[in-house]
Design a protein around this ligand. Structure first.
Ligand code: DGL
Length: 269
């Protein structure tokens, strides 16, 4: 099956990397909406519109399943994407539910921290999912907007990222035992986060999502899958920065023009 993976830009490569390991027999097509990144600072309406448009393009390529790697898009657009996906016969996966399930598995007695973009924190999808499954667990939801540009610069070690992390998260020390990395970019900062929040379990929703998709697909078969990379803006930056998130160079990268959203995804126009 062809599986579509989409993100606002580059960070979703952390999810793609996990999916490539978890779904070795499937062809993966990754679409980074680099012309419209970031989604994390935009309104829910805009994120829904962009997400429908990207998904419509992937539906036209013939994907049988769609993984919304972007936490902000998963937060705001999942209901609209699932509705359109149902009509198009495409199974749609997000990153929020798997991330929350994984967090609840490792959580002990303290609070759970949810770290994400401003949009993800304001959209409350993580907080609501935790409340649904574990109403008594305290939640600390913290937007960490500077983590995205730092990760994109590859500036994930040293004084500056550590001071930024301390500024956002220092007050959580001793109060949380689990932190959900609710943004595609945050796994790149994991070493710093471990230093600022010692002893705290960092839950990478990328890995949890890949596991959830694998479970839904059933046992793997022979590894014959391929990976294709598409972007909506100039490929050069994606190629250069993508290594931070994908582990090696995401090549070759093709530029695509999304065009208007069509069919079941048409309200993305
Ligand atoms: N991909 C986004 C997320 O996971 C982070 C980057 C952005 O703001 O678009 O929320």
């Amino acid at each position: 099956m062809l599986v579509g993976v989409f993100d606002s830009g580059i960070g979703g490569l952390t999810v793609l990397r996990e999916l490539a390991t978890a779904l070795p027999e499937h062809d993966l097509v990754y679409l980074g909406d680099t012309a419209r990144v970031p989604y994390g600072t935009r309104s829910p309406e805009t994120v829904i519109r962009y997400s429908l448009r990207v998904s419509s393009y992937l539906a036209d390529l013939g994907v049988g399943a769609l993984v919304v790697a972007c936490n902000t898009a998963s937060t705001h657009a999942l209901p609209a994407l699932r509705l359109a996906g149902d009509r198009a016969g495409i199974q749609v996966f997000g990153v929020v539910e798997p991330g929350v399930e994984a967090a609840l598995e490792v959580h002990h007695t303290g609070a759970i921290a949810v770290l994400g973009t401003e949009g993800t924190i304001r959209g409350r999808a993580y907080q609501d999912a935790i409340r649904l499954h574990a109403p008594d667990v305290p939640v600390e939801a913290i937007p960490c907007p500077l983590f995205v540009p730092l990760a994109e610069e590859g500036w994930v070690e040293g004084l500056v990222p550590e001071q930024v992390a301390e500024h956002y998260l220092g007050h959580l020390r001793g109060r949380v035992d689990t932190a959900i990395l609710g943004c595609t970019h945050y796994p790149a900062l994991a070493p710093i986060l471990h230093r600022v929040l010692p002893g705290v379990d960092l839950v990478d929703s990328a890995r949890a999502t890949a596991k959830a998709v694998r479970t839904a697909f059933g046992p793997p078969s022979a590894p014959t899958g391929t990976v294709r990379f598409l972007v909506t803006d100039h490929p050069e930056r994606f190629q250069r920065v993508g290594r931070i998130f994908f582990g090696h160079d995401p090549v070759p990268v093709e530029w695509v023009d999304l065009g208007p959203a069509k069919g079941p995804f048409a309200m993305g126009r």
